[in-house]
Design a protein around this ligand. Structure first.
Ligand SMILES: *Cc1c(COP(=O)(O)O)cnc(C)c1O
Length: 460
């Protein structure tokens, strides 16, 4: 009787969902044809439960964000208490709230030296929109009004609004809305597996950095405002840049007086084994957008960290900055972010990822390297990528790129593991609280899914 009822509920949710709900990054008709959405009803730790009672290991921390895991009472109580105390007030009109102030001070403290000012929003996308407006305003104030162009990388992800999608380098996104907007340029990404050819990874890293310099020279440094990059490209397929890449990029930005923006929306808050990806890769950015892990995804929040050079000019010479969101500095979101950071500190989670669970996860990931379907594995901290390839030696892809990745990802879901497929690259980004036995379970299920895919392809 009760199982019957729960089935009815699932069927109802699926039907209503298909009828009324336009999902992000989803082929709505395709989803309906496949029987509709999986309805996630509950979660605890690193485990999701769906409406049919399946338990699924969350290898993606939601969407790269639930770093401290599900069911954290400290975060729920922080929201509850703040909602009763003061659920909302704006920060526009010469007002602030205690959580927005306390979080600003905390972020200035934990982010790399020199990033001492913060502008709040609700998403990584609006953080990047904010940066576009702020940087153009900055160069006007700095009396270099021709410096307006942003340079990014092919296959970068910086969000979904018009400006953020223009910063991004996703061809499919550009194709649907006549993007990028004017003033956004894209150069080669440091993706050795796909683009390296006969070069060593470090040679490819230098080649990708030189692509930036060449573009600057073509555009004229006097016209280029900033370069933006994720320390590790996340949505693009967990692309770990060769060691040669970031130091060279940084040198080029300094040489031509181009602001350097490190998009830390995924890498921030412990993902790479340091508080920020900048620390892992030796980057000193002028500006750093944060979101996702800042609140472990419990509430939407973003923060643009602004260095002294830009903030100083903005504050000294800028007058009013005509920019902001109703929810900039939302007190409940800020209170939850503060509680989240406190929890990270109490549990010493960054150190744990750096020296214990991160290396363990990487070792387990490396064990998949000899699988017949796997062309390469790579990772850092709690990020991992598994490249599926037809030929290990030549790194040749399977025909119809994306099909094999999707097949394997669907097997994984069936095996109770959420991974993500980016073309034929499977990626994982688990909650940072994942334990060693849970990591074992993740890779057991990943291997099983690879085996099932290999059998379908006749490789095993
Ligand atoms: C997710 C993401 C964004 C966009 O954040 P939203 O909160 O989805 O708007 C921006 N940059 C990077 C690197 C991201 O991974």
């Amino acid at each position: 009787m009760s199982t019957q009822l729960s089935r009815n509920e699932t069927a109802w949710w699926r039907e209503a969902d298909a009828k009324h709900h336009l999902h992000p990054f989803t082929d709505t008709k395709g989803l309906a044809n496949e029987g509709g959405s999986r309805i996630i009803t509950k979660a605890e730790g690193v485990w999701l439960t769906d409406s049919e009672g399946n338990r699924i290991l969350d290898g993606m921390a939601g969407l790269w964000c639930v770093n401290m895991g599900y069911g954290r009472k400290e975060l729920a109580l922080a929201a509850y208490d703040q909602m009763l105390e003061l659920p909302y007030y704006n920060t526009f009109f010469k007002t602030a709230t205690p959580p927005s102030v306390e979080l600003s001070e905390k972020l200035a403290k934990i982010t790399p030296d020199g990033l001492n000012h913060v502008f709040y929003g609700s998403s990584g996308s609006d953080a990047n929109d904010t940066i576009v407006r702020m940087v153009r305003h900055f160069w006007n104030l700095a009396r270099k009004p021709t410096k307006k162009i942003f340079i990014s990388r092919n296959n970068a992800y910086h969000g979904s609004t018009m400006a953020a999608a223009s910063l991004g380098g996703m061809a499919a996104m550009h194709g649907q809305a006549d993007l990028p907007l004017p003033g956004f340029e894209h150069v080669m990404q440091p993706y050795w597996f796909d683009l390296g050819g006969d070069l060593t990874p470090d040679e490819l890293g230098l080649k990708a950095a030189e692509a930036l310099e060449n573009r600057i020279l073509i555009l004229g440094a006097q016209n280029v405002a900033a370069f933006i990059g994720e320390p590790v490209q996340g949505a693009g397929g967990v692309i770990i840049p060769p060691e040669s890449y970031w130091p060279k990029v940084q040198e080029i930005c300094r040489k031509y007086d181009i602001l350097l923006i490190a998009d830390e929306v995924i890498c921030g808050f412990g993902r790479t084994g340091n508080w920020f990806g900048c620390e892992t890769f030796g980057i000193s950015p002028d500006i750093m957008p944060l979101a996702k892990g800042i609140s472990s995804g419990y509430l939407p929040l973003s923060a643009v960290m602004v260095g002294e050079r830009v903030a100083g000019t903005l504050i000294e010479d800028g007058g009013e900055f005509y920019h902001g969101f109703t929810y900039s500095g939302h007190p409940v979101c800020c209170a939850v972010a503060l509680a989240n950071i406190r929890l990270m500190e109490e549990e010493n989670i960054v150190e744990k990822v750096r020296s214990k669970t991160g290396p363990y996860l990487q070792a387990k990931l490396n064990e998949l390297a000899d699988h017949p379907l796997v062309g390469e594995v790579r990772g850092v901290g709690f990020l991992g990528a598994i490249e599926l390839a037809k030929d290990k030696a030549t790194r040749a892809r399977f025909a119809d790129v994306g099909t094999t990745g999707a097949l394997c990802k669907d097997y994984a879901t069936g095996n109770g593991l959420i991974m993500r497929a980016v073309g034929d690259t499977l990626v994982v980004s688990p909650p940072l609280i994942m334990s060693k036995p849970e990591i074992d379970e993740l890779f057991k299920r990943a291997r099983l899914s690879l085996d099932m895919t290999a059998k379908d392809l006749g490789v095993m």
